[in-house]
Design a protein around this ligand. Structure first.
Ligand code: ADP
Ligand code: MG
Length: 316
């Protein structure tokens, strides 16, 4: 059973009053004539998402950033957050650095921490985020259309390459430059969210999802779950040359923790989106199209490509 089967079997509660319940990056509830309130929660756990060696400053930053990513994927603006923290023992130095990172991220995205909960237990950081979404620009996953173009906001694969380095064969590992290693580490610790780009592009976007579990899995949540499929051109993927040269497409596609956004838009907006990507200095690209048939198919150099690994599964 993967996490989505668990959610489906045990927690698929129906909502009678929410505008949007379980199944998207955030739930939506009614706010006023113009806006919805978006709510979402995400957790980072010791030994799974981070270790005792992880820099607490970046942990503080990342724990909020991954939540802001979900609000962004709804086309929203983050407003408030609540922090639920479990720690094994009082470690003032860790707490001071963690708090500093959290505060810096909150300031950067204009979000206020307005509450939380503190407990003794195995280290775990859970944040609930609340944001506003303009009713005219909601980016729901089910708003995609057949023949929409599929886009990525920026490069993917860096975080996955950072935490999968020990599994890479020596001959390929040797080709990872120090500069690439640094970029991977930076993206893992402090994911760069496509915040300003999405804010500018959301009027052109039909549907969106943020990439937390890897493109290969999240594309299914966006397309297949809504009765569609996709054709993906691996030659168009915004990935570092190392993935192409070493043919480690699976790391970039199934590794996870990218926090870039996969979105769909009508072909008529193609040039406007390209232009906005350029303005925001993003290396994002159009990676394929939404199809009426439910299959997700990958192509490389004009031939069909059999993906050996799917998106990340917490319970694999
Ligand atoms: P994301 O990766 O965007 O944070 P998830 O993959 O964690 O989203 O969850 C998918 C959907 O399932 C979301 O709408 C989320 O709110 C919902 N969900 C996840 N876990 C639970 C749970 N234990 N109970 C109810 N809903 C859940
Ligand atoms: Mg999400």
């Amino acid at each position: 059973m993967n996490e989505f089967e668990i959610i489906n079997k045990y927690f698929n509660f129906a909502s009678h009053t929410a505008i949007l319940g379980i199944g998207d990056d955030a739930a939506l509830i009614s706010k006023n004539k113009k806006e919805y309130t978006a709510i979402s929660t995400d957790t980072l756990n010791l030994d799974y998402h981070f270790t005792n060696q992880s820099d607490p400053y970046y942990l503080g930053w990342k724990s909020l950033a991954v939540n802001i990513s979900d609000i962004l994927a709804m086309g929203g603006t983050p407003k408030y957050a609540l922090l639920s923290l479990s720690i094994e023992k009082l470690d003032k130095s860790w707490l001071a650095k963690f708090s500093k990172g959290l505060r810096a991220c909150a300031k950067n995205y204009d979000t206020e921490i307005i509450g939380g909960d503190t407990n003794k237990g195995s280290k775990s950081i859970s944040i609930t985020i609340i944001g506003d979404v303009n009713k005219n620009n909601v980016l729901k996953r089910d708003a995609l259309k057949a023949n929409d173009e599929l886009w990525l906001t920026d490069e993917i694969g860096y975080a996955a390459l950072h935490f999968q380095q020990s599994t890479i064969p020596k001959k390929d590992k040797k080709k990872i430059s120090n500069c690439l290693k640094k970029k991977c580490c930076n993206e893992f610790l402090k994911p760069s969210l496509p915040f300003n780009f999405i804010n500018d592009a959301k009027t052109f976007i039909n549907a969106a999802i943020d990439l937390s579990d890897g493109l290969a899995g999240d594309i299914k949540h966006l397309c297949q779950k809504n009765g569609y499929g996709a054709k993906v051109e691996l030659n168009n993927l915004p990935i570092h040359k190392w993935f192409v040269d070493s043919k480690h497409y699976e790391i970039a596609l199934a590794g996870g923790e990218d926090y870039q956004i996969l979105f769909t838009a009508s072909r008529k907006h193609h040039n406007k989106i390209l232009n906005l990507l350029k303005i925001h200095n993003h290396k994002g690209s159009m990676i394929g199209t939404v199809t009426k048939t439910k299959e997700i198919s990958y192509f490389l150099d004009g031939s069909s490509y059999n993906l050996k690994k799917d998106g990340h599964n917490h319970f694999a």
